[in-house]
Design a protein around this ligand. Structure first.
Ligand code: ZN
Length: 148
């Protein structure tokens, strides 16, 4: 696991310093706010959905390195995916960070580095905030999401 741990550090640092898809999206069709009071992470996710496909996704906000890196990796993964694929990824990610996965980490690509988060329960909410917020935006069920 030490290789994965090194990769984890590397991906978190890289995506925290240079978040991908950071900013607003004027033509967004879906959006939602998320807040993790335990850590103070705030996020706003904008999505542009065309039919059943996520054609663009951006995020804004401020938070710890893990919340920012997780959102950055998430936007990379979700862009171009169908809503069905996005939902499947959400479940995969959630199982991964809560240590419930018995799947092959090698098939998870960049997501696999977040397996390290399962060792730090307090960080799980940091890592999943962006995913919960995206789900809420797609469901249009809530104006604001709180992990509490
Ligand atoms: Zn955090």
């Amino acid at each position: 696991m030490s290789e994965l741990r090194d990769l984890y550090q590397e991906v978190i640092l890289d995506h925290n310093r240079h978040p991908r898809n950071f900013g607003s999206l004027e033509e967004a069709s879906h959006e939602a706010d998320g807040f993790n009071p335990l850590c103070g992470d705030k996020i706003h996710v904008h999505l542009l959905v065309d039919g059943d496909r996520i054609t663009d996704i951006r995020f804004e906000g401020s938070g710890c390195a893990i919340s920012t890196a997780s959102a950055s990796v998430m936007t990379e993964l979700l862009k171009g995916k169908t809503l069905e694929e996005a939902k499947a990824l959400f479940h995969t990610f959630h199982d991964l960070v809560t240590g419930k996965t018995d799947g092959d980490l090698a098939t998870l690509g960049k997501l696999a580095v977040f397996a390290g988060v399962s060792e730090f329960p307090v960080r799980v909410k940091c890592a999943t905030l962006c995913w919960h917020t995206t789900q809420a935006a797609l469901d249009k069920s809530a104006d604001a999401v709180s992990t509490e």
